[in-house]
Design a protein around this ligand. Structure first.
Ligand code: PLP
Length: 397
């Protein structure tokens, strides 16, 4: 083979016996990491933005090396094989039959949320979104001069989800969009199929459109629970849906900028495809990484979920032993939503940074009584964080 040709990925799935090491401490201090640079030179554990400190799947790194060995980095073209792998993945995991041309590749989900608001409405339109949510959900309607309507959250089966009863009581306004986050960030709730059916019914009956951000769909920590893409529930909701997914959280590739939307309805899809005028194409390294990750990563993801579930179990137990703190079940994601309201702190973020733990402030998500802690890291760091949190909280007494 000529040396400048990019070798095809080896057709090999990870052997069941391969054990990945999520305990490994990796120094990210000189790796242009947003998470680690924020606290450079300060003794604060970075447990905020949603990337993990785990090494990627070896096949991903090999694919990136192979691509980097080719000396030309012109505009990319989505590999046919990546499309095939995704079509097969939707069918295998969710019995969802999508067509290759329903896929729209994008450099990120945040941009896709903005595009979805733009694609489905005009300035002045109304967009429902969860009241407590990953901040860009609130920004995306605003940036399109649309009115974001926060849907109150409620606890149901120990999970924080949007209040379906409240939603169903709202007056009808044709043309509205509903932004859903499933699994929900923050909180990690997985919507049940029955709840998704109710939501689908709500969208169909009111002649609305839906954008479902499912970026955390592979990070299911309870093996008996299942992710269901809402668009897979039937042709009517499929016609009204933009489903957003990405390898970035699942395989720790957020810095490579690769995501995709699944859009059945052609006009809606065409609207999402205006992206080259607003956001750039997916970069060639992101495409190479995504292809290898989805091709070879199932076993790696399975082991990562087991590791994360053990971190979660440890964290829930340890946090709930600290008087004044409370942490409920986390079904998905590596993001703990810790209730610190009983401490009565004016600025919880500052308090916990002074304690040496850099979390995400709940106020950015819509509730100042909470802090979001990223436990996608070696267990030893989670233990260190808990010890620091405990010491600081006890010092309040
Ligand atoms: C629900 C949700 N959507 C989108 C993103 C970000 O996606 P991207 O980096 O592809 O813009 C995150 C990152 O934490 C997220 O939690």
């Amino acid at each position: 083979m000529a040396s400048n040709m990019i070798a095809a990925p080896t057709k090999r799935r990870a052997y069941m016996s391969e054990i990945y090491d999520f305990d490994r401490q990796i120094d990210r201090s000189n790796a242009t990491s947003a998470k680690w640079e924020k606290y450079r030179g300060r003794d604060i554990l970075p447990m905020w933005v949603a990337d993990t400190d785990f090494a990627v799947l070896p096949e991903v790194q090999q694919a990136l090396h192979r691509r980097a060995d080719h000396p030309v980095f012109g505009y990319g073209h989505t590999p046919e094989h990546l499309i095939e792998v995704l079509v097969e993945r939707m069918r295998r995991l969710y019995q969802w039959r999508i067509e290759p041309d329903w896929l729209v590749f994008l450099p990120g989900i945040v941009g896709a949320l903005f595009l979805a608001c733009r694609a489905t409405g005009k300035p002045g339109d109304e967009v429902y979104r969860p009241a407590i949510i990953y901040p860009p959900f609130a920004k995306a309607p605003q940036m399109n001069a649309q009115n974001g309507l926060p849907v109150p959250m409620r606890m149901h089966e120990e999970r924080m989800i949007i209040d379906l009863d409240w939603l169903e009581q709202q007056p009808t306004h044709p043309g509205q969009l509903l932004l859903l986050c499933n699994p929900q960030n923050p909180g990690g709730a997985i919507y049940r199929e029955s709840e998704l059916r109710r939501l689908a019914e709500f969208v169909i009956q009111r002649d609305m459109l839906l954008c479902s951000d499912e970026i955390h769909c592979d990070l299911i920590l309870d093996p008996e629970k299942k992710h269901v893409p809402i668009a897979s529930l039937g042709p009517e909701i499929e016609q009204r849906s933009i489903t957003l997914m990405a390898p970035s959280k699942t395989f720790n590739l957020a810095g490579l900028g690769c995501a995709f939307a699944i859009v059945r309805q052609p006009e809606l899809r065409a609207q999402m495809k205006v992206s080259p005028y607003i956001v750039p194409h997916v970069n060639v390294m992101g495409l190479a990484a995504a292809e290898a990750a989805y091709e070879f990563g199932d076993e790696w993801v399975r082991q990562q979920c087991i590791y994360l579930a053990a971190n979660r179990d440890y964290l829930i137990d340890a946090v709930n032993r600290i008087p004044g703190l409370s942490l409920g079940p986390i079904e998905a994601t590596y993001l703990a939503w810790i209730d610190v309201s009983a401490l009565g702190l004016e600025d919880p973020m500052e308090f916990f940074e002074n304690a040496g733990v850099g979390m995400s402030p709940g106020r950015d998500f819509g509730d100042n009584g909470f802090m979001r802690l990223n436990f996608g890291c070696p267990r030893s760091r989670v233990e260190q964080a808990v010890a620091r949190i405990r010491k600081a909280v006890e010092s309040l007494a």
